[in-house]
Design a protein around this ligand. Structure first.
Ligand code: UD1
Ligand code: MG
Length: 461
């Protein structure tokens, strides 16, 4: 077990989001900002993860309670980042290293944190810093003529000369806990903002002869924070581009990496092609050679090798999932709902909705149809406009359509039913009883013609 104790600061208000939701719960790539930071902390095998809550504490804590291995401490009221850390140190052990992270800086990467921890080496104060042409708003890194770090000055306390310093503090540091504890006890709030600044510990370290080491990075997005909806949207694009690049490095062919949104986990086999404007959510896997047309939404689904999903298709497996076999053709304009389980070479065409139904190999429903609570056998042809009437207003019922059945257009299958193998249903039938294998079943008004029929005429007024 490591001796890394991560403390994530998440008590701030986030006023500039202008939202009733706590800032750290806003989503990036489908996950709360804070969740990104927690996941990274767990990735580096932190011994302990402590989240400092304050504004919207109940909501944040209920998110934390749903996961194991997380602790929270409340900071009420919020008197600055140093005050926040003063609330956290009582739950930390002196033998550890404290890694300070921010709940609103979601894209910090595990390799960067490990490099920072290496620099800290259980005895130094290690700061993550960034060289930037736009340092305004951040704390500046102060160095002596020998280039040793001597302190951090906050923007609001900085002289005009100090404001020109291009090296900023990211808000992330690694520090031996026993030293941090002692320094925090010495903080005061005599500064421009009347706050207890965590950054003042840097001056104490330098004065105490503890070496302050800066790990200066260049990938600015890693330390970019979210304060406004504009920044949230910008960071979302950065995150999506990173995911798109990772997919392309694995060989996935994206028509346009800027027009892809993955809000969860997308796993792809070889030779997958994805056209523009697709949204993937939850867990989606695409087998070898899958093609996804433009403008699809695909949520919690498993799609087999060689299957083509044509444009404007909506697939949402929710909690039950959607499964599609190999060599299938779905869409355009198809809708697959939870529990759709489609075998190899199944065809689902435009304006066809499938819910909680299995279709065996080679079954087809190509136009304007509803399939709810069905099991459909191999090679069944489910005609245009066929509806399964699976709901009697109280309960859902199941219908079984055996292999090689042909259902004529615009029929209604009133569940529960069994349509026998090889049977044919005449177009426009309303089927309420089981049908025999091999039979033609027709259940509709007989066609009659009245020769020379006179239409009614309007009477003269
Ligand atoms: C802080 C740093 C600054 C650095 C910048 C990087 C201090 C004094 N300054 O400034 O040097 O360049 O981050 O983004 O630390 N928080 C609490 N409780 C509080 C106050 C803040 O939990 O009482 C949390 C916030 O929710 C946030 C983090 O601490 O997650 C940083 O607070 P923020 O107010 O954004 O600090 P900055 O002024 O940006
Ligand atoms: Mg900030």
């Amino acid at each position: 077990m490591s001796n890394i104790d991560v403390v994530i600061m998440a008590a701030g208000k986030g006023t500039r989001m202008q939202s009733s939701m706590p800032k750290v719960l806003h989503r990036l790539g489908g996950r709360a900002l804070l969740q990104h930071v927690i996941d990274t902390a767990q990735h580096i095998q932190a011994r302990r993860v402590v989240v400092i809550t304050g504004h919207g504490a109940e909501q944040v804590e209920s998110m934390l309670a749903a996961q194991s291995g997380l602790q929270s401490v409340r900071q009420m009221p919020q008197l600055g980042t140093g005050h926040a850390m003063q609330q956290a140190v009582p739950v930390l052990d002196d033998d550890g290293v404290t890694l300070v992270l921010s709940g609103d800086v979601p894209l910090i990467q595990a390799d960067t944190l490990l490099a920072l921890l290496t620099l800290c080496d259980h005895s130094h104060l290690a700061l993550l810093t960034l060289q930037t042409p736009t340092p305004a708003g951040y704390g500046r890194i102060l160095r002596n003529p020998q280039q040793q770090v001597t302190g951090i000055v906050e923007e609001k306390d900085a002289s005009d000369e100090q404001k020109k310093i291009p090296e900023i503090y990211s808000g992330i540091m690694a520090v031996p806990t026993r030293l941090l504890r002692a320094w925090l006890a010495r903080l005061d709030n005599r500064n421009a903002q009347g706050e207890f600044y965590l950054t003042d510990v840097v001056g104490f370290a330098a004065a105490d002869g503890c070496e302050v080491r800066a790990h200066c990075i260049t990938r600015a997005w890693q330390v970019e924070g979210v304060n406004t909806p504009v920044q949230l949207a910008a960071l979302e694009r950065t995150f999506q581009l990173l995911q798109a690049q990772a997919l392309m490095r694995q060989g996935v062919r994206l028509a346009d990496p800027a027009r892809l949104d993955v809000r969860g986990e997308l796993v792809c086999g070889a030779d997958v092609e994805i056209d523009v404007n697709n949204v993937f959510e939850g867990r989606v896997s695409l087998g070898e050679g899958v093609h996804i047309g433009p403008n699809c939404v695909i949520i919690n689904a498993e799609i087999g090798a060689g299957t083509r999903v044509l444009g404007f298709t909506h697939i949402n497996g929710e909690d039950k999932g959607v499964r599609i076999g190999k060599g299938a053709r779905i869409g355009p304009f198809a809708r697959l709902r939870p529990g759709a389980d489609l075998g190899d070479e199944v065809h689902i065409g435009n304006f066809v909705e499938v819910k909680n139904s299995s279709l065996a190999k080679g079954a087809k429903a190509n136009h304007l149809a509803y399939l709810g609570d069905l099991s459909v056998g191999e090679r069944v042809n489910y005609g245009a406009g066929v509806i399964s009437a699976n709901y009697d207003g109280v309960n859902k019922h199941h219908t079984s359509i055996e292999a090689d059945v042909h259902i004529g257009s615009n029929s209604v299958l009133v569940s529960p039913l069994t349509v026998g193998a090889g049977g044919t249903i005449g177009a426009g039938s309303v089927i309420t009883k089981d049908t025999a294998p091999g039979a033609l079943t027709v259940a509709r008004g007989k066609q009659i013609s009245i020769p020379g029929w006179q239409r009614p005429v309007k009477k003269n007024k």
